[in-house]
Design a protein around this ligand. Structure first.
Ligand code: CAA
Length: 249
């Protein structure tokens, strides 16, 4: 059983929970990073739920848009696990959808901060310990809408496309240090984020998915577990699409 430590940002959310489960099933000591608007009780309740389901997962508060808060999250991880982060899944993200002609700076800025600046803050804190250890895995959660663009998501598509540029550049810098960096690009997955879309828009999107359904969070968890496996060391700088065929590149 590996004692490696995995940190999943947005770990208590829809995708995050499944990613935490998949990494725990793979033998990692898992920490779910959470923000939840500072609602620590909500995170504790989530943790208790996981325990009931047989998953012993730590929780660590951190606002991924804020460098100091990220540093304190990493400090909490060290206190909880006694180790440094071996696997980082940059999963935290938000949407503020709307047509660009009506988009405010706040809608742009909030999405870029939470989805893209967060990569800098969190990865910057864990990359040197990974290099020193000679082993590490970074998985960045992007989106099909980075690859194909999406009406109403100029902010989100831009941020999520930026993620893959970051992945490919960093992957080259750390390739010889035993550290891999990859992107997973989910399509439309059954989470609260997708449930927020008006039902008629959801139906229209679903009708365009070749597999004929939205994906499940478990399908993303499994993909992350595959990428962080010890035997996946030759996969780096890749972008793995898990989108039911919605976009084929
Ligand atoms: N292509 C072209 N036109 C479109 C369109 C599309 N895909 N979708 C909507 N429109 C048009 C409508 O036909 C309508 O046109 P008319 O005004 O001529 O009738 C107009 O846009 C609607 O404009 P509104 O002002 O009423 O709508 P809005 O600006 O308030 O909101 C929207 C539009 C919020 C973007 C809404 O269309 C929407 O929710 N779209 C889905 C966005 C989406 O897919 N988000 C993904 C969230 S999940 C996620 O992001 C996870 C992930 O990684 C996949």
């Amino acid at each position: 059983m590996s004692q490696k430590v995995a940190l999943v940002t947005g770990g208590t959310g829809g995708l995050g929970t499944s990613i935490c489960h998949a990494l725990a099933d793979s033998g990692f000591t898992v920490v779910a990073g959470y923000n939840s608007g500072g609602n620590h009780e909500k995170a504790k309740a989530w943790q208790a739920e996981q325990k009931q389901a047989g998953y012993d997962i730590h929780v660590a508060y951190g606002d991924v848009t804020d460098a100091d808060s990220c540093a304190s999250c990493i400090k909490t991880v060290a206190e909880l696990t006694g180790g440094t982060v071996d696997v980082l899944v940059n999963n935290a993200g938000i949407t503020r959808d709307g047509q660009f002609k009506k988009m405010s700076w706040e809608q742009w800025d909030e999405v870029l901060s939470a989805n893209l600046d967060s990569m800098f803050h969190m990865t910057r804190l864990v990359i040197n310990p990974m290099i020193e250890k000679g082993w590490g895995r970074v998985v960045n959660i992007s989106s099909v809408n980075a690859q194909k663009g999406q009406f109403g998501q100029c902010n989100y598509s831009a941020a999520k496309a930026g993620i893959h540029g970051f992945t490919k550049a960093l992957a080259q810098e750390v390739a010889r240090k035993g550290v891999t960096v990859n992107t997973v690009s989910p399509g439309y997955i059954k989470t609260a984020m997708v449930a927020k879309i008006a039902q008629e828009v959801q139906d229209q999107i679903c009708s365009g998915i070749p597999v004929g359904r939205f994906g499940t969070p478990e399908e993303i968890g499994r993909t992350c577990a595959f990428l962080v496996d010890d035997q996946s060391g030759y996969i780096t700088g890749a972008d793995l699409s898990v989108n039911g065929g919605l976009h084929m590149s």
